[in-house]
Design a protein around this ligand. Sequence first.
Ligand SMILES: [Zn+2]
Length: 467
Amino acid sequence: MYEVHIASDNPWIIDVEATFEGGVETGAIAFPPGALGLSVYDNLGKRTPREHGRSFLLHCRGTCRVHYQFNLTAAAELTHDAASVAVRSEGDLVAPASTWFLRPEPVNPHTPVELNVDTSQVGREARRSVRFEAPFPRDSRGHYQLVARDLSALGYTLWGSFVTRDVPVTSGRLQLALTAGSRAVTDESIVKWVGRTARALDTVYGRFPIDQALLTIVPVQGSNVVEFGRTVPAGGASILLFVGADADASTLANDWILAHELVHLGVPSMPRDGRWLDEGLATYYEPVLRARAGLSSPAEVWASLVDHAEKGAATRAEPSLAATEEHDRVYFGGAAFCLAADVEIRSKTSSKRSLDDGLKRALARGANATRVWTVDEFVDVLDDGVGQAVVRPMLDRIRRAKIPCNAADPERCAPDETPSLARLFASLGVKPGRPGEVTFDDGAPLAKIRRELLMVDVAAANEIAKD
Ligand SMILES: [Zn+2]
């Protein structure tokens, strides 16, 4: 059980009291410099545990109580507002809960953990209250319910006077939080932009892909673009998105970053072996779903898919997609794999099935960003949704391929190698032109699949056009 009070809101200092049962050796924390005055109380009395790396040596026998304060503002200052640690937004503060959570070790990963945050008063005598928001499920008393295995990577918590809005989605709940700071556009136009993008996901998943998500938008002063986003799903799905304070409505309408982060919500987390597929799916679908929802043109989308393939193709230096950590290989190589898989599924099933069917089957099996799967489990469920093994043999090929392949025998190349990708675009009738431009050949053997892949979902597009 964790009880949190607000010691101060300028700077943001929280007061945390945790009770651990059954004996605990150490308490680990993601950002130790923020933790202040840690004390342990048990039947031997009070003591100050020693710090050891990112942990404190608690040595609790039986039940003990741990008390500390955490300076969230200092954590943001020390990291220059790192999205992975803590971010200031005028008087508001956003931080993954893991930044300030002291995790007991050893612990059974399935142990339930309860969190209560009291925001009714700031400091001891203050007459003010503040707001707190978190993406975690709550019980009837309003206490957050967590599980010990998630404590090291918990989603974003918000502190301050931010505004929240519910964004209409086809199923589930998408809560939007707008932190303090000036913006060129109204809150209403942000709600509309997020709503349009969220509903565009229906063209892939058939619904909004998760029951509950918290999207926090932080304005970036001096910028007029959508800067970047980060999805942290453990304990409850949360996304932090940095949007230029000077970004106008047309910039938002042309943004692809939000679509990318939202696609992640429907894909299980595969931290050990499938980050390339998780990022690949988000990168592949970000332009595709926007075109299907009528928010961008097929020529734009194919130009970006060609560009992804060029940036992400297998190289001698970073051969296997399944093993790489290199940014362009993970994102763009992953996206090229997803395009190749989608085309292969459509071609093998005479356009009766697509990669979307695989993703829908995974959702039906309980996959979403808050769940941890292996890439093998996920790929088998994708193929189950397709009705035959299509993605599995492609995965085997990228794991086994000798790179570079013999260009004279492209049949043996992995799907993310340059000869395979060149063949793929040629068969779809996509001809690269000047950078950012493509032309189409309707006589190509898979030209029909090229058109079907971005076919506008009329119901979704009409829904979006109502805004
Ligand atoms: Zn991503």
